[in-house]
Write a protein that binds this ligand. Structure first.
Ligand SMILES: CC(C)(COP(=O)(O)OP(=O)(O)OC[C@H]1O[C@@H](n2cnc3c(N)ncnc32)[C@H](O)[C@@H]1OP(=O)(O)O)[C@@H](O)C(=O)NCCC(=O)NCCS
Length: 158
């Protein structure tokens, strides 16, 4: 069972550990140095605290350990893109699926967002499963990357 919580600058070492090893295979990032982890956190916190907010980010924790991050980035006032990342040693326990479910609840109850999309590397089957298990609908591919979308319950596609 995971929890989503706000991030803080004290999370930099844990974030550095999350952005390492096999977790980076499909997201086109290289391992983070500690200064880069601090920079990423500072930037993320600044964006999530902006008025109006155009980004939401939560840490994914289990037993008070920070194991990952789930984020939404606004593309328009009503639409955002979703991304998530988990430390390699916590995969395969349903944590990403739970984290995305929690983020969707947050997005569709406390923000003005009405639709969310996500994409994943074509070889990243686990990421596609996380989206499918959260009722995202497959919308085809762009540049070979599978694209998925979901609408706020009660809203149909425009
Ligand atoms: C993708 C990722 C978030 C999945 O996290 P996770 O907590 O292991 O995911 P879950 O346990 O919630 O679900 C994984 C699903 O994928 C399936 N899966 C895992 N590896 C698989 C593989 N190689 N082939 C097919 N299915 C696979 C699991 O069986 C599970 O599906 P099921 O419940 O139907 O059996 C994690 O691997 C990760 O952080 N990867 C690096 C970053 C990344 O790729 N992010 C996504 C891009 S935005």
């Amino acid at each position: 069972m995971i929890e989503l919580r706000e991030l803080s600058m004290a999370d930099a070492p844990a974030l550095q550990r999350i952005y390492s090893g096999a977790s980076l295979t499909y997201i086109e990032r290289r391992p983070l140095g500690i200064d880069e982890a601090i920079g990423l956190l500072a930037n993320t916190l600044a964006c999530t605290r902006a008025e109006p907010a155009d980004r939401w980010a939560f840490g994914i924790t289990a037993d008070d350990n920070l194991l990952g991050m789930v984020r939404l980035r606004c593309r328009t006032e009503r639409h955002a893109t979703l991304s998530y990342l988990l430390r390699e040693d916590s995969w395969g326990r349903g944590y990403a699926t739970q984290a995305v479910a929690g983020m969707l609840r947050h997005a569709f109850t406390t923000t003005g967002l009405t639709s969310i999309s996500a994409r994943h590397h074509p070889d990243n089957v686990a990421s596609g499963r996380v989206l499918q298990k959260n009722a995202f609908i497959y919308r085809g591919t762009r540049d070979g990357w599978p694209l998925y979308g979901i609408h706020k319950p009660g809203r149909s596609a425009p």
